[in-house]
Design a protein around this ligand. Structure first.
Ligand code: FAD
Length: 445
């Protein structure tokens, strides 16, 4: 899909055939018991939403879909049979973790079954350099389990309560990504997955084969267990700094991101956005650009000197892992979330990336009225969220073109299609889901 395309074609929810739905409900209840299968409207509505309202363009189209049946999975061993039953009845299945994805990825556009995997959340093994967990395990639970063995996750998203299945299938990176890149850059060791087949099977994939399920929204298969990489744990310190202006903070973000040992996170915001973050007068003073970094304790002095050399002021340094999680929850899409909460219905955002964010910030900010970049140091080039005042889909599309002209990479969060490695996702889905029943509507054909 062309990234300039921000208009989604409303994909009318397909009414499922009532007889087949009823037969499937009976079969699922016989397999799992009544408590695991719900057709209550409130449960179906709760299972059919995610963070899509963060996009005014998607918000205008909601509800985009409604589950007919919600299945709560406790034991992943039951999933191959659940999928086989649903496929056998010709009913779609949309997997769901914690529903924190922000583009409608988890909305069941064609109704059918929403497979809620959040209760299948056991951590199965913490080994030397790896952790294995069920799909519903949260990233924060996995990080804590790893730390008990003197290790830490390569990365986790700012939504620390997201599930590992949802993070792999819908997310892309977060705290730890400066050193390790995206969640498709060697983070995944192995996956156990289920395909959209009538023959119930659990399939184990490793390495490159596992990559086909990352950021594919479940259209190539449903992740039941994941083994991901750990590294030796570091104690972390949370460093809060401020600058007179955002432009002064940018070179500090760039140089900190490239410093060694690698920080776990470096984020910065314009004063307006810093003012709407959760109140922390000691760390985030009013009306100043805010820079926040999670750094190795041995690097605090060097990081502080670097910040001061760029005209910044270190406000506070808080030692310890717990504080670093709090700081993570102010990164990536969270400033956008707080901005939108402070003034609903005014703002939209684009995911942006590239050196132009450092080099041409005035040009970047000039593209939209009220533009405010939230920036993250990342593995290769910086990435961020460009927040701005919303006028219309056409305004957003024209701005994307202009941003690309000035060298900014753009991902539009205003559509729900798979837009990562689309050709290989389509080829894999053709084999793994021949009837097109896994999260249908998310793959553009
Ligand atoms: P869900 O939202 O439930 O699902 C996400 C997608 O994966 C859906 O398409 C769903 O169908 C599919 N899926 C879910 N479980 C499975 C499974 N077991 N097998 C196959 N497919 C499955 N993302 C980041 O990468 N980094 C961030 O720092 C980050 N920050 C965010 C901040 C905010 C405020 C918000 C709203 C979102 C943010 N996101 C971020 C996006 C989102 O939090 C991540 O994508 C998250 O990891 C999704 O996890 P989840 O359990 O909520 O998945």
């Amino acid at each position: 899909m062309d990234s300039t395309e921000v208009m989604v074609s409303p994909d009318p929810t397909t009414r499922q055939v009532p007889d087949r739905l009823e037969a499937l409900v009976d079969a699922l209840r016989a397999l799992l018991g009544d408590g695991a299968v719900s057709t209550d409207l409130s449960a179906r509505e709760r299972a059919s939403v995610d963070g899509a309202p963060m996009s005014p363009i998607l918000a205008a189209q909601l509800p985009l879909g409604l589950a007919d049946i919600v299945v709560f999975v406790k034991d992943p061993a039951t999933v191959p049979e659940i999928i086989a039953l649903a496929v056998g009845h010709g009913i779609p299945i949309t997997p769901r973790g914690k529903g924190t994805g922000n583009y409608g990825q988890a909305i069941p556009l064609h109704g059918g079954v929403v497979l809620d995997l959040s209760r299948a959340s056991r951590i199965l093994e913490v080994g030397d350099g790896f952790i294995t967990a069920e799909a519903g395990a949260t990233l924060i639970a996995m990080e804590k389990a790893a730390r008990k063995t003197g290790q830490q996750l390569w990365m986790y998203p700012s939504t620390t309560g997201s599930s590992i299945g949802g993070f792999l299938a819908g997310g892309s990176g977060g705290t730890g990504s400066i050193a390790h890149g995206s969640n498709d850059s060697g983070f995944v060791v192995a996956l156990d997955v289920v395909h959209g087949w009538t023959d119930p099977q659990l399939i184990s994939v490793e390495g490159e084969r596992a990559s086909g399920y990352v950021h594919a929204y479940g259209v190539t298969g449903i992740i039941l267990r994941a083994t991901v990489k750990l590294e030796p744990a570091q104690e972390w310190s949370s460093l809060y700094a401020s600058f007179d202006t955002f432009a002064e903070a940018l070179p500090a973000v760039r140089d900190l991101g490239r410093s060694s040992p690698s920080p776990r996170l470096v984020s910065a915001d314009v004063p307006f956005v810093a003012n709407v973050l959760p109140s922390d007068p000691e760390g985030i003073p009013s009306d100043r650009a805010s820079l926040r970094a999670i750094v190795d304790p041995d690097a605090v002095d060097a990081a502080s000197a670097l910040i001061e050399s760029h005209g910044g002021r270190v406000e506070v340094v808080r030692p310890g892992f717990r504080g670093s999680v709090k700081l993570s929850m102010l990164s990536y899409n969270h400033p956008t979330y707080h901005l939108q909460k402070s003034d609903p219905d005014r703002y939209f955002h684009l995911e942006v990336g590239g050196e132009a964010l450092f080099d041409r910030i005035d040009d970047v900010h000039a593209v939209f009225p009220g533009s405010m970049l939230h920036i993250e140091a990342a593995h290769t080039v910086p990435i961020g969220m460009l927040n701005a005042l919303y006028e219309s889909p056409e305004q957003v599309a024209a701005g994307i073109t202009r941003l690309q002209e000035i060298g900014v990479g753009v991902h539009s969060p205003h559509q729900y299609y798979v837009d990562y490695k689309v050709d290989s996702a389509r080829a894999l889905a053709a084999v793994n889901d021949p009837a097109g029943l896994l999260n249908p509507g998310k793959l553009v054909t």
